[in-house]
Design a protein around this ligand. Structure first.
Ligand code: 4NP
Length: 151
């Protein structure tokens, strides 16, 4: 395990999916006493400064993960230098990140037997059910990523 590995999870708004990925990763790192740096950001600045959406906070809390203190921020050029791993939630995020200048961008669905699937954007689906599905996928993939890449 590289003690200074830095991981950035990215989605579009940084209020639904990537805050969950950051929260799950942080939860695992704290539980296992690992000293990686994790953060999340959006490819847009549409929700800059906002807390995660209520459904994401709720599904995280149901799984003992507190993401309520996170605040949305857009990706920056400095992030290109600062992070060892950049993990996009879907193909559009990945392509936007590459156009912005990031290289070696992973998709979260490349891990955990999801065969490269996109993490669906629950923002566009009303109701809580979408968030339960997203949490399960994020949880499995983040755990698998940490096992594969960071041990
Ligand atoms: P996220 O979801 O990318 O998972 O944070 C979205 C949040 C907001 C918007 C789109 C997706 N929006 O269009 O404002």
């Amino acid at each position: 395990m590289l003690s200074r590995t830095r991981i950035l999870f990215v989605c579009l708004g940084n209020i639904c999916r990537s805050p969950l990925a950051e929260g799950v990763a942080q939860y695992i790192l704290e539980k296992e006493g690992l000293k990686l740096v994790v953060d999340s950001a959006g490819t847009s600045n549409w929700h800059e400064g906002e807390a995660p959406c209520d459904h994401s906070i709720k599904i995280a809390r149901q799984n003992k993960v507190d993401i309520s203190q996170q605040r949305s921020r857009p990706v920056t050029k400095q992030d290109i230098k600062d992070f060892d791993y950049v993990i996009a939630m879907d193909a559009q995020n990945k392509s936007d990140l590459e156009n912005f200048g990031f290289t070696n961008v992973y998709k979260l669905g490349d891990f955990g037997d999801y065969k490269g699937a996109n993490v669906p954007d629950p923002y566009f689906f009303p109701g809580f059910e979408g968030f339960e599905k997203v949490f399960k996928m994020v949880d499995v993939c983040v755990k698998d990523f940490l096992e594969q890449e960071c041990r």
